[in-house]
Design a protein around this ligand. Sequence first.
Ligand code: BTN
Length: 228
Amino acid sequence: MLELTGSTQDDLVKLISQGAAENGEVIVAEFQSAGRGRLDRNFIASAGSALLFSFYVVPKRDRADWGFLSQLAALTLHSVVAQGLEEEVLLKWPNDILIADKKVAGLIAQATGEGVVIGIGLNVEMSLAELPVPNATSIAIAGGKKLDRNVILSNFLDAFQQNFQLWDRGVEFITEYTSICSTLGREVEITVVGRENHKGQAQEILKSGALLLADGFIVTVGDVVHLR
Ligand code: BTN
C-alpha cells in the first residue's frame, strides 16, 4: 500500500512499460494527488476515504473482446458492494456503480503491454462533506457496515479472479451485466467529446461491452446521461 502517489494507474502503466510488473500486479494507495477518471477527468478522494487501486490482467482472449473487461470488473465490484447494503446497487453503462442512483465507484481501463490495466476508485468511508460532487455517495453514507478497505479489496480480487478465468475461457457475462445495468431500456443522451450529442433508447450490451441504442447507434466510448 502506497501512502501517497500521483495515480496508481500511471504508476502501474509505467512499471509495465519498464518490464517491472506482471500479470496480476496490484497497486493500492491511501491518497492520490493526481487520480485519473474516465474521459480525461480527475478523480478526487481525501486520504483514507476511498479504496484506490489498479491491477494488471493479461487475457488470452481475442483483443476485440477486451472492451468488456472493465464491465467484468464492474459487475464483480457490484457484487462485493451490494453485500450487506439494503439500498439498491446498480450499474450505469459502462462501469459506474450506483447506490440509489448515486455514484459510489468508477473504473477506468487502458490497454497496456500485453494486457489491460484496470483502475478502481470506490468511496468507502467518505463523509457527506468529502463528496466530490453532489450526485456521489459512499458505502458509509448508504449505511453499509463493511468498511474495511483491505477486506473489500481482497473480496474483490478473489471474485474477479474467478470471473476472469471463466471469461478468459469464453464464458460470457452479458446476461449477468444486463440484469444489474440501470441504463438498459432508458432514454439516454450520449456525449462524446468532439461529436454531437445523440439521444436514444439504450437497448443492448454487445460482447465487446459497447452499448447499442434502439436506432442502431453503437456507443463504444462516451458518457451517458439517463434522461428518464
Ligand atoms: C471514473 O469514475 O471516471 C473512473 C475513476 C477511476 C479512479 C481510479 S482510483 C485508482 C486508479 N488510479 C487512478 O488514477 N484512477 C483509478
